[in-house]
Design a binder for this molecule. Structure first.
Ligand code: ACO
Length: 432
């Protein structure tokens, strides 16, 4: 017999269905609550709210489990590539050789931007944050593909998805070069996804960037590890926009803005800035840990803590190993890595962090890898956004393909003034 939950409310007794997910997660279905009782639920920050059911990604935060379409992140990190994982997330199954080749070729065919778009880049000041450029340019790119405005169409969805995944990398590379006054480097059709991105970032017209397999692999892994993370702030934003039937590129542009904040994707940039500050001040991290525990300091240990993971973030473990490996291959001795390790050890011994179940998250070590590759901090969140694109696309598709899906429209508990009447301007007195 299926489970139910009983709710006693005033004189009413209500039986609510319990929904059970494929990994055994339980949720009380309150979709008829307001209609039956006039009440809504209140869950500030959505910590207890399932906003949807989804077949894409599973997380068990207490056990440190992350699975894309059922596959453990550890296996994908070891055996897959970003492009293959993107396909898996979007279509639900690992591709065959033919499917992967087709998808990969589509990415190659769509890597260029319309030549006129160069002018858009030129109009941004050199100081523009690349996340602002990314979001604007994703929207601008949609103007060159008018069929997007028709909304979701199964027959051209793969092309639109490939366009987005492919072009976002070109946009990111252009914004990096534009800010430095470097000439634009066009993509090379012979390079695969991540190698091509590195080429567009770092080659010069007179000299190709030397692609090291370890560097390509490390960046590809960063993309893969960021590819989806169920209903986080930016993905929920994408789903929210998608629920209004806005086009795919508009949804992705909104996702970029949500990701930008330092409590979300912006944390990777904030981590490196924090480590640099600690290094410059001559602190080994101890003073910073003390400040992060002091609520009046306004400081947090960036790259630590997660709304869902309360044991460890499995991505952080993979990234830390990759970080050690890459720095050793490149013979880089980065003092920031030593500070990061010291901070981690000290925090994991400190009752403040232990009691609050605060562990390193994916952002804690990813910045050190990107720094070793030569990617500047202001591009870190852009790298995250490139990686997250398949997850956003998969979530967009899930909404678009759900029969009878409704526009997202949460309720609120209003706490403002009760009804009052308009006072003409000349009769108003100043209130505090
Ligand atoms: N440093 C110091 N204290 C922290 C930290 C931190 N990094 N994170 C949480 N805390 C404390 C809070 O002050 C709070 O303490 P209290 O109970 O005494 O008031 C307690 O731990 C719980 O914190 P919340 O903010 O309620 O946790 P929430 O789930 O809302 O936030 C978040 C999660 C935003 C990730 C938070 O841990 C944080 O700000 N971390 C630093 C930023 C960061 O690394 N963000 C990246 C997240 S992963 C990602 O988006 C890819």
């Amino acid at each position: 017999m299926s489970k139910t939950a009983k709710l006693e409310l005033e004189s009413k007794s209500l039986t609510l269905p319990v929904v059970v997910g494929s990994e055994g997660e339980h949720g009380i279905d309150i979709s008829t609550l307001r209609q039956q009782t006039g009440y809504i639920t209140l869950d500030d920050g959505y910590g207890n709210t399932g906003s949807c059911s989804s077949k894409i990604t599973f997380i068990d935060g207490d056990k440190g489990i992350l699975q894309y379409r059922g596959y453990p992140i550890e296996e994908l990190a070891l055996k897959s590539t970003f492009v293959e994982t993107a396909y898996l997330l979007i279509y639900g199954e690992l591709p065959t050789v033919a499917q992967l080749n087709h998808f990969s070729n589509l990415l190659t065919e769509n890597e260029m931007l319309h030549e006129n778009m160069k002018r858009h880049f030129e109009s941004f000041p050199p100081s523009a944050h690349p996340m602002a450029i990314l979001s604007s340019m994703i929207n601008a790119t949609s103007c060159y593909h008018p069929r997007l405005m028709e909304g979701y169409k199964a027959e051209n969805f793969t092309l639109q998805a490939a366009r987005l995944i492919s072009k976002v990398r070109t946009i990111a590379a252009y914004s990096y070069r534009q800010a430095r006054g470097f000439p634009i480097i066009y993509p090379k059709t012979t390079y695969k996804y991540t190698a091509n991105f590195l080429h567009m970032l770092f080659s010069q017209p007179y000299r190709d960037y030397e692609l090291k397999p370890e560097v390509v692999r490390a960046l590809d892994l960063i993309f893969l590890l960021h590819a989806d993370h169920e209903q986080n702030c930016s993905t929920s934003t994408v789903r929210m926009i998608a629920s209004s039937q806005a086009n795919l590129f508009a949804c992705a542009a909104g996702g970029v803005c949500a990701l930008w904040g330092p409590l979300h994707g912006g944390a990777n940039q904030a981590v490196i800035e924090m480590l640099e500050d600690i290094h410059k001040s001559g602190d080994d991290g101890s003073r910073f840990i003390a400040a992060a525990k002091d609520k009046t300091s306004g400081k947090r240990l960036m790259g630590f803590g997660h709304r869902v993971y309360k044991n460890y973030d499995p991505r952080a473990k993979i990234i830390k190993e990759q970080c050690d490996k890459l720095l050793s291959v490149l013979h880089i001795n980065d003092p920031l890595l030593d500070i990061a390790k010291h901070l981690e050890e000290a925090a994991l011994r400190d009752s403040y962090f232990v009691e609050r179940k605060l562990y390193p998250n994916v952002d804690f070590y990813s910045g050190i890898i990107m720094r070793a590759i030569g990617i500047p901090p202001e591009m870190f969140t852009v790298i995250f956004a490139i990686g997250r694109m398949p997850g956003w696309i998969a979530n967009y598709k899930e909404i678009a393909e759900t029969q009878g899906s409704r526009i997202y429209r949460p309720r609120q508990i209003y706490t403002g003034p009760t009804i009052r009447h308009f006072v003409p301007l000349e009769q108003r007195t100043q209130k505090a």
